[in-house]
Design a protein around this ligand. Structure first.
Ligand SMILES: [Zn+2]
Length: 102
């Protein structure tokens, strides 16, 4: 007999993990400011984990853009979106948004 997992289970786990990380960050921020996320970095993380693309279409959490937007990006920009928040992702995301809207 096979057990059918409900669809979206992976998302729930990912979201749970994400909020856990954020909560943990908030607590540790005062103790160790260097390791905590800045307000800016939280914005980019939330953007990354949201299910709405900057164009208004739906997208998958953990993906920067919907498939349509992503396909329009040059390969170098696609690659740079794999940077981590706090390690260049912000600049890469901004550059990609600008590219898509010009
Ligand atoms: Zn899009």
């Amino acid at each position: 007999m096979t057990i059918a997992y409900p669809k979206g289970r992976g998302f729930v786990i990912a979201w749970g993990f994400y909020t856990l990380v954020l909560k943990d960050t908030e607590i540790s921020e005062q103790e160790d400011a260097a390791d905590g996320l800045t307000e800016d970095e939280k914005f980019y993380l939330e953007e990354l984990m949201s299910n709405e693309c900057q164009c208004g279409n739906g997208k998958k959490p953990r993906f920067s853009f919907c498939y349509r937007c992503y396909l329009q990006l040059p390969q170098t920009m696609k690659n740079s979106l794999y940077d981590h928040v706090g390690e260049g992702y912000e600049e890469s995301y901004d550059a990609a948004v600008e590219y898509l809207n010009t």
